[in-house]
Design a binder for this molecule. Structure first.
Ligand code: AVJ
Length: 319
């Protein structure tokens, strides 16, 4: 695995990206910066909140249909997970799939990969685990397993696709199509359109865990990028945009203030906010449109009784 994480270069690149976002007329910080150790832990806590339906609903759907999923995938497949799968969903797949050729977690964080690889290799001694340290928004080379896979299955659970704009989501689906090759498939989880009330509660849980998660981003910038954000001077907000069908998470400045980050000064007016995340909710039609643009055709769609969340199996289109 190439050295990417924790180098001074990586830190510098992150800082440049964060600064560039804070200098835009609409200040923005990418949600990928949420996930330091504290942030990952807070996210796990979000998933336990009664209002946050996605994680538990997706897992229920997968449990309920795992035999059909295993049948569609078939034997001797290679599973390529975008993001290193520390989740119960990954374990469920690895347990139920027949004669897996390999499991390939792809993640930019070397630390996450190492953890995943060690714990999965220990629990699944018969599965070859081949970690790839890469930014999965760009095409990357796949390792060659000892057993030749019959097909490549890209696995992208968690509705992480929803963090991307439509254009970026299609580009990411294209990378997945490349890795799936001509006879491969995609198993993906995405969140469905639903009434504003339900979505907004999910991102404004009563226990305030999502607020902590959002504010941890600023704490992280203070810790790792010598910024001096006053956490008490910001508030969490999450609003559902019914036209764009997406949650927008914000950190609102509660007063006029100036912040320093990597030697630069950023000013915020009272009420001005930093956008920290978009989480898109899709209709089946809109998702099909994006998938087709990227060369995938939906083959099977599973949902829960309340149509909150969707797990879909799509195969590569060749033309
Ligand atoms: C991990 C991107 C799927 O969009 O619901 C949860 C992240 N943010 N609560 C989502 C998140 C606030 C989550 N994803």
């Amino acid at each position: 695995m190439p050295e990417i994480e924790n180098t001074d270069t990586a830190r510098h690149t992150d800082e440049q990206e964060i600064l560039a976002g804070l200098k835009q007329p609409q200040k923005i910080i990418s949600p990928k910066f949420f996930y330091d150790e504290a942030g990952s832990q807070l996210f796990d806590e979000i998933c336990q909140q009664p209002e946050y339906y996605p994680t538990r609903t997706e897992l229920d759907i997968m449990h309920q249909h795992i035999d059909e999923i295993a049948h569609l995938i078939g034997p001797h497949a290679s599973i390529i997970e975008f993001g290193s799968g520390s989740s119960i969903k990954t374990r469920l797949l690895l347990e139920k799939l027949n004669a897996l050729a390999a499991y390939v977690p792809v993640d930019i964080s070397r630390e996450h990969l190492t953890q995943t690889t060690q714990s999965l290799a220990a629990d699944f001694p018969d599965i070859e685990v081949l970690p790839v340290c890469a930014d999965f928004t760009q095409p990357f080379d796949l390792p060659t397993p000892k057993t030749l896979p019959i097909k490549n299955i890209v696995f992208f659970p968690g509705s992480t696709i929803g963090n991307f704009s439509t254009e970026d989501a299609i580009n990411l689906l294209r990378v997945m199509r490349t890795e799936a090759r001509s006879d491969g498939a995609l198993l993906i989880g995405f969140d469905l359109e639903k009434p504003k009330m339900i979505v907004e509660s999910a991102y404004n849980d009563a226990a305030g865990v999502t607020a902590k998660f959002n504010l941890n981003l600023l704490a992280r910038l203070n810790r790792e990028h010598s910024a001096n954000f006053e956490l008490q001077a910001f508030a969490h907000e999450a609003i559902y945009d019914d036209d764009q069908k997406r949650i927008e998470m914000r950190l609102i400045s509660l007063c006029q203030q100036a912040v320093h980050i990597s030697g630069e000064r950023i000013e915020l007016n009272a009420g001005e906010y930093i956008v920290t995340e978009h989480s898109h909710k899709y209709s089946l039609n809109r998702f099909k449109y994006m998938a087709r643009q990227a060369g995938f055709e939906p083959r099977q769609t599973w949902s829960d009784a309340d149509n909150l969340f969707c797990v879909q199996y799509l195969t590569a289109i060749n033309n």
